[in-house]
Write a protein that binds this ligand. Structure first.
Ligand code: NAP
Length: 268
Protein backbone atom coordinates (compact mmCIF):
# COMPACT_ATOMS: atom_id res chain seq x y z
CA UNK A 1 0.00 0.00 0.00
CA UNK A 2 1.35 3.37 -1.05
CA UNK A 3 0.89 6.33 1.31
CA UNK A 4 0.92 9.68 -0.50
CA UNK A 5 1.59 12.78 1.60
CA UNK A 6 0.51 16.22 0.47
CA UNK A 7 -2.45 14.51 -1.17
CA UNK A 8 -4.56 17.68 -1.11
CA UNK A 9 -1.94 19.47 -3.22
CA UNK A 10 -1.41 19.82 -6.95
CA UNK A 11 1.13 17.03 -7.35
CA UNK A 12 -0.31 14.78 -4.64
CA UNK A 13 -3.87 14.77 -5.91
CA UNK A 14 -2.66 14.00 -9.42
CA UNK A 15 -0.64 11.04 -8.12
CA UNK A 16 -3.64 9.78 -6.13
CA UNK A 17 -5.85 10.06 -9.22
CA UNK A 18 -3.38 7.91 -11.13
CA UNK A 19 -3.25 5.31 -8.36
CA UNK A 20 -7.07 5.22 -8.30
CA UNK A 21 -7.12 4.73 -12.06
CA UNK A 22 -4.51 1.96 -11.85
CA UNK A 23 -6.38 0.24 -9.01
CA UNK A 24 -3.32 0.36 -6.76
CA UNK A 25 -3.97 0.28 -3.00
CA UNK A 26 -3.06 3.64 -1.55
CA UNK A 27 -3.68 6.05 1.27
CA UNK A 28 -3.96 9.82 1.19
CA UNK A 29 -2.13 11.49 4.07
CA UNK A 30 -3.63 14.94 4.47
CA UNK A 31 -3.96 17.81 6.92
CA UNK A 32 -7.66 18.29 6.17
CA UNK A 33 -9.75 15.22 5.37
CA UNK A 34 -12.51 17.25 3.71
CA UNK A 35 -10.02 18.24 0.98
CA UNK A 36 -8.79 14.73 0.11
CA UNK A 37 -9.00 13.77 -3.56
CA UNK A 38 -12.29 12.30 -4.70
CA UNK A 39 -12.17 8.52 -4.95
CA UNK A 40 -9.36 8.18 -2.41
CA UNK A 41 -9.61 4.70 -0.81
CA UNK A 42 -8.18 5.52 2.52
CA UNK A 43 -7.53 8.88 4.13
CA UNK A 44 -5.47 9.57 7.26
CA UNK A 45 -5.10 12.97 8.85
CA UNK A 46 -1.83 14.24 10.33
CA UNK A 47 -1.61 17.91 11.23
CA UNK A 48 1.95 18.49 10.00
CA UNK A 49 5.08 16.66 8.83
CA UNK A 50 6.59 17.84 12.09
CA UNK A 51 3.99 15.94 14.17
CA UNK A 52 5.90 12.70 14.55
CA UNK A 53 3.32 10.53 16.30
CA UNK A 54 0.55 11.60 13.95
CA UNK A 55 2.74 10.95 10.93
CA UNK A 56 3.78 7.54 12.27
CA UNK A 57 0.11 6.59 12.76
CA UNK A 58 -0.70 7.86 9.27
CA UNK A 59 2.03 5.65 7.78
CA UNK A 60 1.12 2.44 9.70
CA UNK A 61 0.59 -0.41 7.25
CA UNK A 62 2.13 1.37 4.26
CA UNK A 63 4.87 -0.41 2.32
CA UNK A 64 5.85 2.70 0.36
CA UNK A 65 5.64 6.39 1.22
CA UNK A 66 5.67 9.14 -1.39
CA UNK A 67 6.90 12.19 0.49
CA UNK A 68 5.98 15.45 -1.16
CA UNK A 69 8.00 18.36 0.24
CA UNK A 70 6.31 20.79 2.61
CA UNK A 71 5.36 24.30 1.66
CA UNK A 72 8.53 26.39 1.88
CA UNK A 73 9.13 27.60 5.43
CA UNK A 74 12.07 28.14 7.74
CA UNK A 75 11.51 24.78 9.52
CA UNK A 76 11.03 22.71 6.39
CA UNK A 77 14.11 20.50 6.76
CA UNK A 78 13.18 19.56 10.32
CA UNK A 79 9.61 18.81 9.21
CA UNK A 80 10.91 16.54 6.47
CA UNK A 81 13.30 14.76 8.82
CA UNK A 82 10.46 14.12 11.26
CA UNK A 83 8.25 12.71 8.51
CA UNK A 84 11.09 10.45 7.35
CA UNK A 85 11.68 9.24 10.90
CA UNK A 86 7.95 8.56 11.19
CA UNK A 87 8.06 6.42 8.06
CA UNK A 88 10.94 4.46 9.57
CA UNK A 89 9.12 4.06 12.89
CA UNK A 90 5.99 2.86 11.07
CA UNK A 91 7.98 0.09 9.38
CA UNK A 92 7.66 1.46 5.85
CA UNK A 93 10.07 -0.28 3.46
CA UNK A 94 10.49 2.28 0.72
CA UNK A 95 10.46 6.04 0.56
CA UNK A 96 10.13 8.02 -2.65
CA UNK A 97 10.98 11.69 -2.11
CA UNK A 98 10.16 14.56 -4.43
CA UNK A 99 13.42 16.48 -4.39
CA UNK A 100 14.85 19.22 -6.58
CA UNK A 101 17.21 19.30 -9.54
CA UNK A 102 20.86 19.61 -8.57
CA UNK A 103 20.05 19.48 -4.86
CA UNK A 104 23.33 20.24 -3.09
CA UNK A 105 24.52 21.88 0.12
CA UNK A 106 25.74 24.85 -1.92
CA UNK A 107 23.03 24.88 -4.61
CA UNK A 108 22.55 28.30 -6.20
CA UNK A 109 18.79 28.00 -5.66
CA UNK A 110 18.80 28.14 -1.89
CA UNK A 111 15.61 26.10 -1.47
CA UNK A 112 17.33 23.17 -3.23
CA UNK A 113 19.64 23.03 -0.18
CA UNK A 114 16.62 21.93 1.92
CA UNK A 115 16.13 19.06 -0.49
CA UNK A 116 19.77 18.05 -0.21
CA UNK A 117 19.53 18.00 3.59
CA UNK A 118 16.38 15.88 3.35
CA UNK A 119 18.02 13.48 0.90
CA UNK A 120 21.01 13.13 3.22
CA UNK A 121 18.71 12.28 6.11
CA UNK A 122 16.87 9.69 4.03
CA UNK A 123 20.17 8.11 2.86
CA UNK A 124 21.23 7.70 6.49
CA UNK A 125 18.05 5.83 7.52
CA UNK A 126 18.72 2.60 5.67
CA UNK A 127 15.28 2.81 4.02
CA UNK A 128 15.10 1.87 0.35
CA UNK A 129 14.79 5.25 -1.36
CA UNK A 130 14.22 6.87 -4.72
CA UNK A 131 14.71 10.58 -5.33
CA UNK A 132 12.70 12.39 -7.98
CA UNK A 133 14.47 15.66 -8.58
CA UNK A 134 12.01 18.05 -10.17
CA UNK A 135 12.86 21.23 -11.99
CA UNK A 136 10.91 24.48 -11.63
CA UNK A 137 7.24 24.11 -12.47
CA UNK A 138 6.32 25.00 -16.04
CA UNK A 139 2.84 25.70 -14.65
CA UNK A 140 4.28 28.82 -12.99
CA UNK A 141 5.93 30.35 -16.08
CA UNK A 142 2.86 32.32 -17.28
CA UNK A 143 2.50 33.73 -13.76
CA UNK A 144 5.96 35.32 -14.01
CA UNK A 145 4.53 37.98 -16.31
CA UNK A 146 3.85 41.17 -14.33
CA UNK A 147 0.69 43.19 -15.03
CA UNK A 148 2.74 45.51 -17.25
CA UNK A 149 3.68 42.61 -19.54
CA UNK A 150 7.26 42.04 -18.38
CA UNK A 151 9.06 39.09 -16.82
CA UNK A 152 11.81 40.50 -14.63
CA UNK A 153 14.57 38.62 -12.85
CA UNK A 154 18.33 38.08 -12.79
CA UNK A 155 18.24 35.07 -15.13
CA UNK A 156 20.27 36.60 -17.98
CA UNK A 157 20.12 34.40 -21.03
CA UNK A 158 20.27 31.20 -18.96
CA UNK A 159 17.87 28.40 -19.72
CA UNK A 160 15.49 26.27 -17.70
CA UNK A 161 13.96 22.88 -18.56
CA UNK A 162 10.81 23.50 -16.53
CA UNK A 163 8.32 20.63 -16.20
CA UNK A 164 4.57 20.46 -15.66
CA UNK A 165 3.26 19.19 -12.34
CA UNK A 166 1.13 16.76 -14.31
CA UNK A 167 4.27 15.22 -15.83
CA UNK A 168 5.91 15.00 -12.41
CA UNK A 169 2.85 13.11 -11.17
CA UNK A 170 3.02 10.74 -14.15
CA UNK A 171 6.69 9.95 -13.49
CA UNK A 172 6.09 9.60 -9.76
CA UNK A 173 3.20 7.20 -10.31
CA UNK A 174 5.38 5.09 -12.59
CA UNK A 175 8.08 4.87 -9.94
CA UNK A 176 5.59 4.14 -7.17
CA UNK A 177 3.87 1.31 -9.03
CA UNK A 178 6.91 -0.52 -10.42
CA UNK A 179 10.02 -2.14 -8.96
CA UNK A 180 13.66 -1.52 -9.70
CA UNK A 181 14.03 2.06 -8.51
CA UNK A 182 15.76 1.57 -5.16
CA UNK A 183 18.78 3.85 -4.84
CA UNK A 184 17.93 5.69 -8.07
CA UNK A 185 17.88 9.46 -8.51
CA UNK A 186 15.84 10.67 -11.46
CA UNK A 187 15.95 14.22 -12.78
CA UNK A 188 12.46 15.25 -13.87
CA UNK A 189 12.78 17.91 -16.53
CA UNK A 190 10.85 19.21 -19.47
CA UNK A 191 11.76 18.00 -23.00
CA UNK A 192 13.66 21.20 -23.82
CA UNK A 193 15.01 24.22 -22.06
CA UNK A 194 14.17 27.85 -22.76
CA UNK A 195 15.38 31.26 -21.69
CA UNK A 196 12.96 33.63 -20.00
CA UNK A 197 13.18 35.86 -23.09
CA UNK A 198 11.95 32.93 -25.20
CA UNK A 199 9.22 32.16 -22.67
CA UNK A 200 8.18 35.82 -22.67
CA UNK A 201 7.96 35.81 -26.46
CA UNK A 202 5.70 32.72 -26.41
CA UNK A 203 3.54 34.49 -23.84
CA UNK A 204 3.34 37.74 -25.81
CA UNK A 205 5.35 39.41 -23.07
CA UNK A 206 8.89 40.80 -22.80
CA UNK A 207 11.86 39.86 -20.61
CA UNK A 208 13.78 42.51 -18.70
CA UNK A 209 16.96 41.25 -17.13
CA UNK A 210 17.68 42.48 -13.61
CA UNK A 211 20.93 42.76 -11.71
CA UNK A 212 21.02 40.86 -8.41
CA UNK A 213 20.71 44.17 -6.57
CA UNK A 214 17.66 45.19 -8.61
CA UNK A 215 16.08 41.79 -8.00
CA UNK A 216 16.44 42.00 -4.22
CA UNK A 217 15.34 45.66 -4.16
CA UNK A 218 12.24 45.03 -6.27
CA UNK A 219 11.11 42.16 -4.01
CA UNK A 220 11.86 43.87 -0.69
CA UNK A 221 8.46 45.58 -0.57
CA UNK A 222 6.61 42.22 -0.55
CA UNK A 223 7.15 41.92 3.20
CA UNK A 224 8.36 38.32 2.88
CA UNK A 225 11.02 36.84 5.18
CA UNK A 226 14.63 36.93 3.99
CA UNK A 227 14.84 33.16 3.30
CA UNK A 228 11.84 33.43 0.97
CA UNK A 229 13.15 36.46 -0.92
CA UNK A 230 16.48 34.66 -1.32
CA UNK A 231 14.61 31.65 -2.63
CA UNK A 232 12.82 33.74 -5.26
CA UNK A 233 15.92 35.60 -6.41
CA UNK A 234 18.20 32.57 -6.42
CA UNK A 235 15.73 30.63 -8.58
CA UNK A 236 16.50 33.16 -11.35
CA UNK A 237 20.21 33.05 -10.57
CA UNK A 238 20.09 29.25 -10.91
CA UNK A 239 18.61 29.71 -14.38
CA UNK A 240 21.39 32.19 -15.17
CA UNK A 241 24.24 29.90 -14.07
CA UNK A 242 22.91 26.81 -15.89
CA UNK A 243 21.94 24.81 -12.77
CA UNK A 244 18.42 24.33 -14.13
CA UNK A 245 19.39 23.64 -17.74
CA UNK A 246 19.39 19.85 -17.58
CA UNK A 247 17.72 17.59 -20.13
CA UNK A 248 17.00 14.24 -18.56
CA UNK A 249 15.67 11.10 -20.28
CA UNK A 250 13.96 9.99 -17.04
CA UNK A 251 10.46 11.20 -17.89
CA UNK A 252 10.41 9.23 -21.14
CA UNK A 253 12.16 6.21 -19.61
CA UNK A 254 9.67 6.05 -16.74
CA UNK A 255 6.43 6.85 -18.58
CA UNK A 256 7.13 5.94 -22.21
CA UNK A 257 6.38 9.47 -23.40
CA UNK A 258 8.10 12.82 -23.56
CA UNK A 259 7.24 15.56 -21.09
CA UNK A 260 5.08 18.38 -22.41
CA UNK A 261 7.00 21.36 -23.83
CA UNK A 262 6.23 24.97 -22.99
CA UNK A 263 4.87 25.62 -26.47
CA UNK A 264 2.57 22.57 -26.23
CA UNK A 265 1.45 23.60 -22.77
CA UNK A 266 0.59 27.12 -23.89
CA UNK A 267 -1.37 25.82 -26.88
CA UNK A 268 -3.39 23.34 -24.80
N1 NAP B 1 9.30 22.83 -8.54
C1 NAP B 1 8.71 24.00 -8.30
O1 NAP B 1 8.75 24.95 -9.09
C2 NAP B 1 7.94 24.17 -7.02
C3 NAP B 1 7.18 25.33 -6.86
C4 NAP B 1 6.47 25.48 -5.68
C5 NAP B 1 6.54 24.51 -4.70
N2 NAP B 1 7.28 23.39 -4.89
C6 NAP B 1 7.40 22.35 -3.85
O2 NAP B 1 6.73 21.19 -4.30
C7 NAP B 1 5.75 20.81 -3.32
C8 NAP B 1 4.58 20.16 -4.00
O3 NAP B 1 4.05 21.06 -4.96
P1 NAP B 1 2.48 21.23 -5.14
O4 NAP B 1 2.30 22.06 -6.36
O5 NAP B 1 1.80 19.92 -5.03
O6 NAP B 1 2.16 22.12 -3.86
P2 NAP B 1 0.75 22.38 -3.17
O7 NAP B 1 -0.36 22.33 -4.16
O8 NAP B 1 0.90 23.61 -2.35
O9 NAP B 1 0.58 21.12 -2.21
C9 NAP B 1 1.43 20.91 -1.10
C10 NAP B 1 0.85 19.77 -0.30
O10 NAP B 1 1.69 19.53 0.81
C11 NAP B 1 0.93 19.71 2.01
N3 NAP B 1 1.82 20.33 2.99
C12 NAP B 1 2.47 21.51 2.86
N4 NAP B 1 3.21 21.74 3.95
C13 NAP B 1 2.99 20.70 4.79
C14 NAP B 1 3.47 20.39 6.08
N5 NAP B 1 4.32 21.21 6.75
N6 NAP B 1 3.04 19.25 6.66
C15 NAP B 1 2.18 18.42 6.01
N7 NAP B 1 1.69 18.67 4.78
C16 NAP B 1 2.10 19.80 4.18
C17 NAP B 1 -0.23 20.60 1.64
O11 NAP B 1 -1.29 20.43 2.56
P3 NAP B 1 -2.50 21.51 2.63
O12 NAP B 1 -3.34 21.28 1.40
O13 NAP B 1 -3.19 21.15 3.90
O14 NAP B 1 -1.86 22.85 2.65
C18 NAP B 1 -0.54 20.07 0.25
O15 NAP B 1 -1.27 18.87 0.33
C19 NAP B 1 5.45 22.08 -2.55
O16 NAP B 1 4.95 21.79 -1.26
C20 NAP B 1 6.81 22.74 -2.52
O17 NAP B 1 7.63 22.18 -1.52
C21 NAP B 1 7.96 23.19 -6.05
Amino acid sequence: MIAVTGATGEVGRRVVARLVEAGVPHRSVVRDASRAAPGADDVRVASDYGARDEMTAAFEGATTVFLIPAAENAERVEQHKTAVDAALAAGVGRLVYLSFLNAAPDATFTLARDHWATEEHIRATGLAWTFLRMNLYMDFIPGLVAPDGAIRGPAGDGRVSAILRDDIAAAASAVLTTDGHDGATYDLTGPSSFSLAEAAELLGARYEDETDEQAYASRESYGAPDWEIRGWVTSYQAIRDGSLDVLSPAMRDLTGRAAVSLAEHLQS
